[in-house]
Every structure is written in structure tokens, then in C-alpha cells.
Design a protein around this ligand. Structure first.
Ligand SMILES: Cc1cc2nc3c(=O)[nH]c(=O)nc-3n(C[C@H](O)[C@H](O)[C@H](O)COP(=O)(O)OP(=O)(O)OC[C@H]3O[C@@H](n4cnc5c(N)ncnc54)[C@H](O)[C@@H]3O)c2cc1C
Length: 407
């Protein structure tokens, strides 16, 4: 009985395939009646699940091809970010951004618009320049930036086929200093703080009008940013009070390669708190202050079932199913305790409170929003469905999650 990382979803698949070659992968897909790709199993909901078959790329050959002239890297889709970031750095390049944990697969992260953070940084999906997808009949379909379907294909929820490899844009390697500052008043100019450095995350437990921690990740060449009214932490911090700080990337302003500082958590340790559920809502940047105020009004319900909340900014993009589609975004994330019965009513309450802001939920986390409401928040959903029908006419890659979205 295979479960997701959080242990709250037991996959119903009749079989989980582990092909070791592209030929095997293509025939596995071609021979299946219904199949979904499985990444590193970090989704908190039934997005990856299927009553058909699952295919994991974890045993596929490790491919990392840096094109120094084109400033791109081609990687096998099942690789975790931690498995190639250092190789890219050794060639003098970096990914412009990384997620808070480097343990997730590139295909799973980009299929769901998982983000790194920073007002000037897009989600991890925006680094994708091309994908090789195994489609329903087992053929290999290349989609490259500039192709008419590209903006629909990147954030694909696994509904177009099994992505076998991705080409990602790179930037010159860079270094980051990471600082933690404590005690930011919720009434502070939050947008100014989020804009203050390359990547900024605010952590709060919603126990008071004060944001507990501000994590500032600044490029070493940039001037030091200290948010007004905060006090520099006097030692390393974990976002969740009381958790071991050695799980976290180095702080206190010690410079390090970007891949060692942009994630919050170190690859060799269990990320985050281990036992948890997560929810995340994305609102337009211009609604962020009002949305945070709305959440603050129900904090007495949130705090008892919460481990920690994270607030960050993400730049708008053009990807059809991205929660950041054509809107600069502020995301409000919740790491809940691992008690679905206690947490779900609060998830619904937060979703209802943020409805007036057309909040878009993180695809891979827990939410409770009616399909027709969700559909109204994604103006390119019909285009995506058309693309899915074109590439997968029989619906081989659909599961209940995707079918409900298209209903
Ligand atoms: C502790 C923790 C911290 C997290 N922090 C963040 C965060 O900071 N920011 C954030 O945005 N998210 C975060 N997430 C969510 C996580 O990034 C997403 O759930 C992401 O989708 C995980 O990728 P995965 O490979 O584990 O996907 P899986 O759960 O395995 O799959 C997710 C989706 O991707 C599809 N998929 C996977 N591989 C392929 C493939 N080869 N081809 C086609 N489709 C594929 C699956 O079919 C499924 O639809 C966090 C999750 C955890 C557990």
C-alpha cells in the first residue's frame, strides 16, 4: 500500500511501474488503459492518484546535460532538484529559483507550478523551456517554448502524458546570504518587506498581530535588507518553533551557493516538520494586504491546528494553469497539524474567507473549493482541456481530480 509523503493519501493504483529505460516507459504507457505519473509523492491531495496504474521515473537513467552556450540544462524528469543543482553550479550556472525543499522532482514541481519565492521570481515552472512527453500511444512529443501549446503544457497536472525530460533555463551562478529577522508587526508594509530582497518569506503562527520570522535571502552583491521594526535572530532558526535547526539551510548571513541557500531545508534531512498537511492560497498582489487581514480575523480558528504559515511573493507568468497566471501573486501557505478531521473545517473557512479575492489554491495541496468556482478562477482552463483532448483523446491520463476540474 503505497502512500504519499505526508501519509494522508493511499494510492489506489493496481500497479506501480518503475521503467528503467525510455523504451520501457513508452511501452508501459502504450500498454496501459489508464495511467498517471508519480513523482516524489509530495502532493498532499489525490492529484497523482488513480484507480488505474502509476508509473514512477525514479529508476530511469540520470540525465543532466548542461548547454553552456544556450544557458540551459536538460534533465530527466524524475530527478530531484538536489540531484543536479550542484552539477549545474559546477558549470558556472544556477537555476534562478528553487522550492523550499530540494527533495521534490522536477516534473512534479513544474506540473503543479510549485514556486520558489521573490517578487521578481516566477514559479519553478517558468524556468521550463521545453518538455519531452510520452503521450497516450507511447510516442514522444517535444514541446518547446514558442510552440502554440507550450504555455498550456508546462503546468499540466499530469493530464497530458508522462514527462520524460525537461529543459530548464539557467542564469549565471550566484551566491546568497540568508538572514532571519524576528518580530515584524502584521501592520507593517508587507509588500515592501516582500520586495526587500531576492527572496523573502514571512513565517507566522497567527497567534498574535506579529509575524514571527522574516527569512531574507539576498544576493551577496545586494545591500543588506533589514525590515523595519524587526530584530536579527541571534542564532539559526527553524520556521516551526522548537524544531531542529540543523534541518535548515545556513543562516546568519554566511554566504553560500544559491542552491545551498534558496531552499529552506537541506536535502540530507527531512524537510519541514515531517508530520503535517499543507494548504496554500494565492491572491493577487494588490489584494494581499486585505487578504492577510481577512485571515487574521479568523486566526483564533487557525492557530490551534497550525504548525506554521508562510507568506511570499511570486511574479506573474503566462502559463495557463498557473495560479500566478497574469497576476503578480502573494501566497499564503499553511502547514497544519497531521489531523485531517480537525484541519478540514479550518481549510474550508480560510477558502471561504479568501473567496472574495478569487484565491487560487495550490494544485498539490489540500483545498475545498467547488469545481465551478475553481473553473471561474482559471480563464484558460477550456484551452487546457482542449489540449488534453488533443494529446489524450481517450482520457488515459485523467483521474477523478482532473475529470472534476473539466466537468
Ligand atoms: C514538506 C513539503 C514542502 C513543500 N513546500 C512547497 C513549497 O515551498 N512551495 C510549493 O509550491 N509547494 C511545496 N510543496 C508541494 C510540492 O512541491 C508539490 O506537491 C509538488 O507537486 C511535488 O512534486 P512531486 O514530484 O513530489 O509530485 P507528486 O506528488 O508525485 O505528483 C504531483 C503531480 O505531478 C505529476 N507528475 C509527477 N511526475 C510527472 C511526470 N514525470 N510527468 C507528468 N506529470 C508528473 C503527477 O501526476 C501529479 O499530478 C511541498 C510539499 C511538501 C511535502
Amino acid at each position: 500500500m503505497e502512500k504519499n509523503w505526508a501519509g494522508n493519501v493511499t494510492y489506489r493504483a493496481t500497479e506501480i511501474h518503475h521503467p528503467a529505460t525510455l523504451v520501457d516507459l513508452r511501452s508501459t504507457v502504450a500498454n496501459a488503459a489508464r495511467i498517471r505519473a508519480l513523482g516524489t509523492k509530495h502532493a498532499f491531495n489525490e492529484l497523482a492518484d488513480t484507480g488505474g496504474e502509476l508509473v514512477s521515473l525514479a529508476r530511469m537513467p540520470r540525465e543532466v546535460e548542461v548547454d553552456s552556450d544556450g544557458a540551459q540544462v536538460k534533465v530527466s524528469a524524475g530527478l530531484r532538484y538536489a540531484e543536479f543543482s550542484e552539477d549545474v553550479d559546477a558549470k558556472g550556472f544556477a537555476l534562478p529559483n528553487l522550492a523550499s525543499l530540494p527533495h521534490i522532482s522536477v516534473a512534479g514541481a513544474t506540473a503543479t507550478a510549485t514556486h520558489g519565492s521573490g517578487s521578481g521570481n516566477g514559479s519553478l515552472s517558468t524556468s521550463v523551456a521545453g518538455l519531452e512527453i510520452v503521450t497516450a500511444d507511447g510516442s514522444l512529443h517535444m514541446i518547446t517554448r514558442g510552440d502554440s501549446e507550450f504555455d498550456g503544457a508546462v503546468v499540466n497536472l499530469g493530464a497530458l502524458g508522462v514527462v520524460a525530460s525537461l529543459t530548464l533555463d539557467l542564469v549565471p551562478a550566484f551566491e546568497i546570504r540568508q538572514y532571519v529577522h524576528e518580530g515584524l508587526p502584521l501592520g507593517a508594509d508587507i509588500l515592501k518587506v516582500l520586495d526587500g530582497a531576492y527572496s523573502v518569506s514571512l513565517f507566522t503562527d497567527w497567534s498574535s498581530d506579529t509575524i514571527n520570522q522574516v527569512w531574507v535571502k539576498q544576493r551577496t552583491q545586494d545591500a543588506e535588507f533589514v525590515p523595519d521594526g524587526t530584530i536579527p535572530a541571534d542564532g539559526p532558526r527553524h520556521p516551526v518553533p522548537g524544531m531542529a535547526t540543523e534541518n535548515c539551510t545556513r543562516q546568519l548571513g554566511i554566504p553560500g551557493r544559491s542552491f545551498e541557500r534558496l531552499p529552506h531545508f537541506r536535502p540530507e534531512f527531512t524537510p519541514s516538520a515531517g508530520e503535517e498537511l499543507q494548504t496554500e492560497f494565492m491572491v493577487a498582489r494588490h489584494d494581499a494586504v486585505a487578504a492577510l487581514q481577512a485571515v487574521n480575523e479568523i486566526r483564533a480558528h487557525i492557530h490551534p491546528v497550525l504548525q506554521i504559515s508562510e507568506i511570499r511573493a511570486i511574479k506573474a507568468d503566462e502559463l495557463w494553469l498557473s495560479p500566478h497566471y497574469r497576476r503578480d501573486t502573494v501566497s499564503i501557505h499553511f502547514t497544519w497539524i497531521a489531523d485531517a478531521a480537525a484541519v478540514m473545517p479550518v481549510v474550508s473557512m480560510v477558502g471561504a474567507r479568501l473567496a472574495e479575492f478569487d484565491a487560487r489554491p495550490h494544485w498539490a495541496k489540500i483545498f475545498d473549493i467547488a469545481p465551478e468556482v475553481l473553473q471561474s478562477r482559471y480563464e484558460r482552463l477550456q484551452d487546457f482541456e482542449d489540449l488534453a483532448v488533443e494529446l489524450d483523446p481517450a482520457g488515459k491520463f485523467r483521474n477523478e481530480f482532473v475529470s472534476e476540474l473539466f466537468s
